[in-house]
Design a protein around this ligand. Structure first.
Ligand code: ZN
Length: 198
């Protein structure tokens, strides 16, 4: 027999379906929520719903935003002729945290993986090529140093080179197979500074 009534069990089960939330954390969160004042719970659920319904992709770089353009693309001080290609908005956030990169980004939302059946048309490569028709001087490929990230980097190199635009790959100061998100800012910036032509 269940120790809790079905509504509590349901709340625990919904929370445990979130990434990084195990059964124990889900239980702790559930009881915390049940002890919160109702108006605070409403504020939380309204915030989640509001973000979910208003956040979409930047029409330029495919970062997440609640405006037409993300804050980076909308910033006139950013160098629009340099585009750094990353796999996810979280990778973008990692480079932004360095505060050193002055160019703009392009978020692929994935990487090519023949094993998982993810091909070039499943990520935002076509959109990247469209952007290259504008005034672009360099494409910095900052995909992860995993098999998928490397495959994607090679593919982008082959796509971009014929356009005459410089295409570079960040240096492998980033731990091999490591997620960019977890790499410290100094290492990330060194990887960008030490980039090599593809
Ligand atoms: Zn953008």
């Amino acid at each position: 027999m269940d120790a809790y009534s079905s509504k509590i069990t349901k709340l625990v089960s919904e929370l445990s379906s979130l990434p990084g939330i195990g059964a124990k954390s889900a239980q702790r969160l559930a009881f915390h929520i049940l002890n919160m004042p109702p108006e605070q719970v409403k504020k939380l659920t309204d915030t989640i719903m509001d973000a979910r319904t208003t956040v979409h992709y930047c029409k330029e770089c495919w970062n997440l935003t609640d405006s037409e353009l993300c804050p980076i693309c909308a910033d006139p001080r950013r160098d629009k002729t340099t585009i750094m290609v990353v796999e996810t908005p979280r990778d973008l956030a990692a480079y932004e945290k360095t505060g050193k990169y002055k160019g703009v980004y392009h978020v692929l939302h994935g990487a090519i993986s023949p094993m998982l059946g993810i091909g070039p048309s499943d990520i935002r490569l076509k959109e990247l090529m469209t952007r290259l028709q504008g005034d672009v001087h360099e494409v910095i490929v900052a995909t992860n140093f995993t098999l998928e990230g490397e495959t994607t980097a090679t593919y982008i190199g082959k796509l971009v080179k014929p356009t005459g635009i410089r295409v570079t790959r960040i240096a492998s100061g980033v731990p091999v197979g490591g997620d960019l998100e977890y790499t410290d800012e100094v290492t990330l910036m060194r990887a960008v500074e030490g980039r090599v032509d593809l």
